[in-house]
Design a protein around this ligand. Structure first.
Ligand SMILES: [Mg+2]
Ligand SMILES: [Zn+2]
Length: 196
């Protein structure tokens, strides 16, 4: 089994963020119908999967803790995502969701937790459970907290900056690589793959 895995953030990496009229901000999907995979994600994941990399999703989903969503809605959004991925022949090894929030309002989901990114907790658990070599793994995300999480775990980091072409943005000092979208991240990972 591969000792190198790819850890992926979800919102803004696999699926589009959605405009929430209540807040005026781009946010996580609030309904299954909001789940739309970003162009290029399926072929990029297929290439990584075909190269033998286990795919692990690592996502903060605090909307239930914050009183903005139900657990049923979060589960339905997850079900929609994995259905779309399975239809495309893509299987994740594990889905890791932190449902907590430090300022949550729902008992049992609020306050500090061990798993919310930038904590590397889910990456360390996956290492222990699957025997991954973290220095050969990658973390891909669109937020600084994703990069911090990957750094804390000792994996290589790629930050997606979908907001503008990468050429006009300075390279983030925090991430090992800054690219526009997932296909470019897959290019980097496959280029760094050791010869067999
Ligand atoms: Mg994100
Ligand atoms: Zn948590």
């Amino acid at each position: 089994m591969s000792r190198a895995a790819i850890f992926l953030d979800r919102d803004g990496v696999l699926n589009h963020l959605v405009h929430n009229p209540a807040t005026g901000r781009m946010e996580s999907p609030l309904t299954p119908a909001d789940v739309r995979l970003i162009d290029g994600v399926v072929p990029a994941l297929r290439r990584l999967q075909h190269a033998g990399y286990p795919l692990i999703l690592v996502s903060n989903q605090p909307n239930y803790a914050l009183g903005k969503s139900t657990l049923d809605a979060l589960n339905a959004i997850h079900a929609r995502l994995i259905t779309e991925l399975l239809h495309a022949g893509i299987r994740f090894r594990r889905f890791c969701y932190c449902l907590h929030h430090p300022k949550g309002v729902v008992p049992g989901y609020s306050g500090l937790c061990v798993c919310r990114k930038p904590s590397p907790w889910f990456l360390l658990r996956a290492r222990d459970d699957f025997g991954f070599s973290l220095s050969h793994c990658w973390m891909i995300g669109d937020q600084p907290t994703d990069t911090q999480c990957g750094r804390a775990a000792g994996v290589r980091t790629i930050r997606l900056d979908s907001g503008a072409p990468v050429q006009v943005r300075p390279t983030s000092p925090a991430a090992d690589h800054l690219v526009w979208r997932l296909p470019e991240a897959a290019d980097i990972i496959l280029r760094h793959r050791p010869c067999r």
